[in-house]
Design a protein around this ligand. Structure first.
Ligand SMILES: [Zn+2]
Length: 684
């Protein structure tokens, strides 16, 4: 992915099912705001492009775009997403009010309306989740946890001990199988529980206080809230110890453990797996992939050793913590204080409408997206962006054929994989049908639970079925893009193909530099250190000769060593084993975009504009996608969890490896943006 915008929202998987041909509401919404894709006012022409190209391209932007108090970072991407939210808000305000509505409009309007009805949310308070808290209170033995888990995981997601659902069979990517994966933590990563530096210790202390406050808000006395928080912390720490690191999880072989349910029973006998799957009404299946067997051994040990009373504390906390954003203000405020204010540095809670639009997009995204697409994504825009995608793919083919270090056998395999990539542009061909999700105007927390249940059910129902290649993991208004290893497809929601990222009014140079680079980035993911382990069908199968793989790894090592030198924040270096795939994709993407741009404009007479040559416009256009201001807390959190490098390195780290750049700006060896020729990293 090019960028993570919604790191802490529960990202529900999206898929396509038929949404009957119902008409969206008559369009009376305002148009989207226009910002040009290359904005000379965003530059800092007093900076030397050969010393700090990011500052040269984005210095003006950084100066005039301070971080809004309700945000933890502010960027070109975030600004576009906010424009989208404003636009969607007008659709939803209308949908919530409209008396005569079709089914789609009714669904999104009622969801949004329930969210905006703060007095109803306030009045319901904790009672919205009381039935589940009662069910936890009634548990009589740890064996009874299993059937209750099924209900809680459906409604509250991954922090309830572990994740379950369907996945593509890593050996047969056309088939969906059952899967279980780790989960269970309230902090963003296992490392938060285990690292011994002062900041990690401080964060644990603050988390402990947060857990304590949540128990106090549930009505516990200060003493018992304190004790219960310590218990939750101890249990989560034990779970965290058994989890793989994020770097380990980039190795797909470390996540592949296919087994029968009987094997899972032996691995973690404290969970009654047969009952579990019966309760969840799974379709019949033979094989389940257990991503992290060591984690499930640990869960088993905890279930065997922790008294039932402690499990009740753990479950109570996670039910309330997961649903706090949708409960009354005292819960929502405490959730904000810890997760967004302390961990990410935001100063103020986001306006209610903003949260409500985001949640509607998250939970009913393919209903809301229909209206969005109709307004902002014309057939012409689809055609022109698809043409650009094809141009970049041609560049990749040309690049593979010309590589001087790869044998013809491996080249053939790489070209086969390239040819098999599916291009998904704008929005799904078939819309998901949410008609079975019950939405109540007076019960917002319940609406969120039911939307989550719908999604879990939809996911489970895929087990045993062939893979649906039309499925999307992002909603159309999302300002982001992704490549999926097992689908071998690239996906560009309509939201990321808008100005200033893709700008039909602008010349080709900045468009190729920016969106062309994003397309090349996603394409390169199929061939980065991780994606390259999957074949044309998305199966985990080696298609490299041994010698070529070794040469490839030496080349990715060059990138890893380069980024390891960069500082993310304070004294924290980039964990370049974690960011390697993204760094390789950033570099490959820009090289491909440059080739495709040259090819697309070979018959055109290009002239300087605004004092920038066409080549300079390509590179400034590229850099300006990444203009950003970030709070220190946000940078710290991302350094621990985000596979992407900080924005300035996603620009400067790329151009130092492109001789085309130093030529465009007449930079000389010895200047910071120029590497000596023998140090330049080139993977693709
Ligand atoms: Zn990426």
């Amino acid at each position: 992915m090019r960028k993570i915008t919604l790191a802490f929202l529960v990202v529900l998987l999206v898929s396509a099912a038929l949404f009957a041909q119902e008409k969206p509401p008559a369009a009376s919404q305002p148009a989207m705001l226009y910002t040009p894709s290359l904005d000379v006012n965003s530059m800092d022409r007093s900076a030397d492009p050969c010393v700090d190209f990011y500052q040269y391209s984005c210095g003006g932007w950084k100066k005039t775009n301070s971080i809004p108090p309700d945000e933890s970072s502010w960027s070109v991407y975030a600004k576009l997403y906010e424009d989208n939210l404003n636009f969607l808000r007008s659709i939803l305000d209308e949908a919530a009010r409209h008396p005569e509505r079709d089914a789609v409009t009714q669904k999104i309007g009622d969801f949004y309306g329930a969210c905006m009805d703060e007095s109803a949310v306030e009045e319901r308070g904790l009672s919205a989740v009381q039935p589940d808290l009662d069910a936890i209170a009634k548990l009589e033995s740890t064996r009874q946890i299993t059937p209750l888990l099924t209900r809680l995981q459906f409604a509250y997601g991954r922090t309830i001990l572990f994740e379950q659902g369907s996945t593509q069979d890593p050996d047969n990517s056309e088939q969906q199988i059952a899967a279980v994966d780790r989960g269970g933590l309230g902090l963003p990563d296992r490392d938060y529980y285990l690292k011994e530096d002062a900041k990690s210790k401080e964060t644990r202390q603050r988390y402990l206080e947060h857990v304590e406050k949540v128990f106090a808000l549930m009505g516990e006395t200060p003493e018992s809230a304190k004790q219960d928080a310590a218990t939750v912390m101890r249990m989560e720490t034990a779970l965290a110890k058994a989890q793989l690191t994020r770097v380990d999880r980039r190795d797909p072989y470390k996540l592949k453990h296919k087994m029968k349910v009987a094997d899972l029973e032996r691995l973690a006998p404290e969970i009654a797996w047969k009952t579990y799957y019966q309760e969840l009404h799974y379709p019949e299946f033979q094989i389940v992939n257990v991503a992290e067997p060591e984690y499930f051994k640990q869960v088993n040990q905890e279930l065997a050793n922790e008294p039932l009373a402690n499990w009740k504390r753990y479950l109570r906390f996670h039910v309330v913590d997961s649903s706090s954003p949708y409960l009354s203000s005292k819960f929502a405020d405490e959730n904000f204080d810890f997760y967004r204010k302390y961990l990410r540095g935001a100063k103020e809670q986001q306006a209610r409408w903003k949260r409500c639009v985001e949640w509607t997009d998250r939970d009913l995204g393919e209903a809301l997206g229909q209206v969005y697409v109709q307004k902002v994504f014309s057939p012409e825009l689809k055609a022109s962006t698809l043409a650009m995608v094809r141009g970049i793919e041609d560049a990749m083919g040309q690049r593979i054929r010309e590589l001087d270090w790869m044998s013809p056998e491996t080249k053939q395999q790489a070209l086969t994989k390239l040819a098999a990539i599916r291009n998904k542009i704008g929005y799904p061909d078939k819309w998901r049908d949410y008609s079975s999700v019950m939405i109540a105007r007076q019960d917002f927390a319940g609406d969120v639970e039911r939307a989550s249940e719908f999604e879990r059910r939809r996911d489970i129902n895929k087990v045993g079925q062939p893979v649906d290649h039309g499925e999307w993991d992002m909603s159309p208004p999302t300002v982001n893009a992704y490549y999926n290893d097992e689908m071998n497809d690239i996906n560009f929601p309509a939201g990321v193909l808008q100005p200033p990222l893709y700008d039909a009014k602008m010349d080709d140079a900045p468009n190729y530099g920016d969106t062309g680079g994003t397309i090349g980035h996603e394409l390169t993911h199929g061939f980065d250190d991780e994606g390259s382990q999957f074949d044309a069908h998305g199966n985990l199968r080696n298609w490299w000769t041994k010698a070529d793989r070794a040469k490839f790894e030496a080349r990715t090592q060059c990138v890893q060593d380069q980024y390891a030198q960069y500082i993310a924040i304070d004294d924290i270096h980039i964990n370049s084993k974690l960011t390697l795939g993204e760094d390789v994709a950033d570099l490959g993407g820009e090289i491909l975009a440059y080739i495709a741009w040259k090819d697309a404009t070979k018959d055109k007479q290009l002239a300087p504009i605004d004092g920038l040559t066409p080549d300079q416009r390509f590179f400034v256009g590229f850099a300006q996608w990444a203009c950003s201001n970030d709070r220190d807390e946000e940078l710290r959190l991302r350094a621990a969890t985000d596979p992407h490098s900080p924005p300035q390195y996603r620009v400067n780290g790329v151009v130092v490896n492109m001789p085309e750049f130093s030529k465009a700006f007449s930079c000389k060896v010895g200047q910071p943006m120029v590497k000596p020729e023998d140090k330049v990293c080139k993977v693709w």
